[in-house]
Ligand binder design. Structure first.
Ligand code: GDP
Length: 435
């Protein structure tokens, strides 16, 4: 395999930049650039770095060497911690390009090698990507947990149990006349039910993990002039939206990003929902409706001037009566606020935190964070159900085995461990010896 290199830190000016090299020529690269023949693994060395072609000194920096397989990629890895100036980075990258057998890494190639070396499973790779993208505390916690293997371990645990069930089913095919325990197939039923129940519970998560990863959409809706833009500005603590007493000023959908209880929230102020006077406004209303429809949570704002009714509100919406400074009283189930004075804002923010924060309460089990996981789990559950039904109706063990195998494969696809047959061999061998 080629030896690859890349700038691992963000491009641009910085105190330090890190360039990483991975592959069998990493050791030689250290020798060529830093003049260190036998780098001691995991020991920082401060060295002058030279362009091996010209001998020109490019920078002085820290050199680290990790010997495979004890490295991120599982290969020999070298790291050059250099000064983070554009010209320094460019010069180092150019020098590396000149080293025979080295080439620039493709996006994600270091992590891909780590996966191929078995250092990370796919869920851990995804956790790593999410950790790099994490914007809020709750996202960081979820991503780190996944990167450390919590989700992968859950799925591998289920897959292991499936493989064992499969071994039982297979044994009854391969050794029909042998002295297998009579209850061999009978043992399968409860295990299949137990697995099905656990997977169903895991799937029944209101998409909390995905919502935390993707962020939550909150739409503010209500009639023109109710104070939606004023409220958005209050919640964002800056003047993001234009506030005006001319009806229909917010023609499009305006968004701000908020961090509510650790969850990234996109708060969208929608154009006043009313009979639009012109085409542009009608388009605004159309988008507002679409947006409100797609939102995870809606804040419906009314004001006393409009009679304060919540005709548009549905179950699950947060109802807000704005402009209580004008003397109106909020009824039950309604939060009274004044976007002008800030009164009642705390109660509204508390309600938002309560509703959105529910996404990231300390979880006993790791959550599904991607549609990909959900699809795999649904496939697995469907195959398991078929296996269970087959068992109940006295179907051939071969057919039951096939469904169990499909169920295990669906889980294997999530973690990227698809060596079902290998694992089966191991388990089956043990099983036969043990019987
Ligand atoms: P939108 O059309 O729903 O976005 O409403 P705006 O935020 O543009 O506000 C419409 C008008 O109501 C503006 O003149 C605001 O100054 C005024 N307004 C907004 N919130 C309050 C409030 O809490 N009290 C009072 N008295 N006026 C408000």
């Amino acid at each position: 395999m080629d030896t690859i290199y890349a700038l691992s830190t963000a491009p641009g000016r910085a105190g330090v930049a890190v360039i990483r090299v991975s592959g069998e020529r990493a050791r030689e690269t250290v020798s060529r650039l830093a003049g260190v023949e036998k780098p001691r693994p995991r020991e920082a060395m401060l060295r002058r770095l030279r362009d091996p072609a010209s001998g020109v000194v490019l920078d002085r920096g820290l050199v680290l060497f990790f010997e495979g397989p004890g490295s991120f990629t599982g290969e020999d890895v070298a790291e050059f911690h250099i000064h983070g100036g554009r010209a320094v980075v460019a010069a180092l990258l150019q020098a590396l390009a000149g080293v025979p057998g080295l080439r620039a890494a493709e996006p994600g190639e270091f992590t891909r090698r780590a996966f191929e070396a078995g250092k990370l499973d796919l869920t851990e790779v995804e956790g790593l990507a999410d950790l790099i993208d994490a914007e809020t505390e709750a996202q960081r916690v979820q991503a780190l947990r996944q990167m450390e293997g919590a989700l992968g371990a859950l799925y591998e645990g289920w897959r292991g149990r499936l493989m064992r069930a499969l071994a039982y089913a297979e044994a009854s095919i391969d050794f029909p006349d042998e002295d297998l325990p009579d209850d061999l197939l009978e043992k399968l039923g409860p295990e299949i039910s137990a697995l099905s129940a656990e997977i169903a519970a895991h799937l029944d998560d209101e998409r909390r993990g995905e919502r935390l990863r993707d962020g939550v959409e909150v739409a503010i809706i209500g009639p023109p002039n109710a104070g939606k833009s004023s409220l958005l500005n209050r919640l964002a603590r800056r003047d993001a939206a234009i506030v005006s007493d001319e009806a229909g000023t917010t023609r499009d959908v305006l968004e701000v990003r908020l961090d509510i209880g650790g969850v990234p929230v996109t708060l969208a102020d929608t154009a006043g929902l009313r009979d639009a006077a012109n085409a542009i406004e009608r388009e605004g209303v159309r988008r507002a409706l679409e947006r409100a429809e797609a939102a995870d949570l809606r804040i419906v704002v009314a004001s006393p001037e409009e009679g304060g009714d919540f005709a548009q509100a549905r179950d699950g919406d947060i109802r807000v009566l704005n402009k209580i400074d004008l003397g109106a009283q909020a009824g039950s189930g309604v939060i009274g606020i004044s976007a002008l004075s800030g009164e009642g804002l705390e109660r509204l923010e508390e309600a938002l935190r309560e509703r959105i924060g529910a996404v990231h309460e300390a979880q006993e089990h790791p959550l599904i964070t991607r549609a990909r996981h959900r699809e795999g789990l649904q496939d697995c559950a469907a195959s398991l159900e078929r296996a269970g039904q087959g068992l109940a109706s006295g179907l051939d063990a071969e057919l039951i085995s096939e469904d169990l195998r499909l169920a295990a494969r669906a889980l294997g696809r999530i973690t990227g461990r698809v060596d079902v047959e290998d694992l089966l061999d191991v388990i089956f061998r043990d099983f036969c010896i043990g019987k």
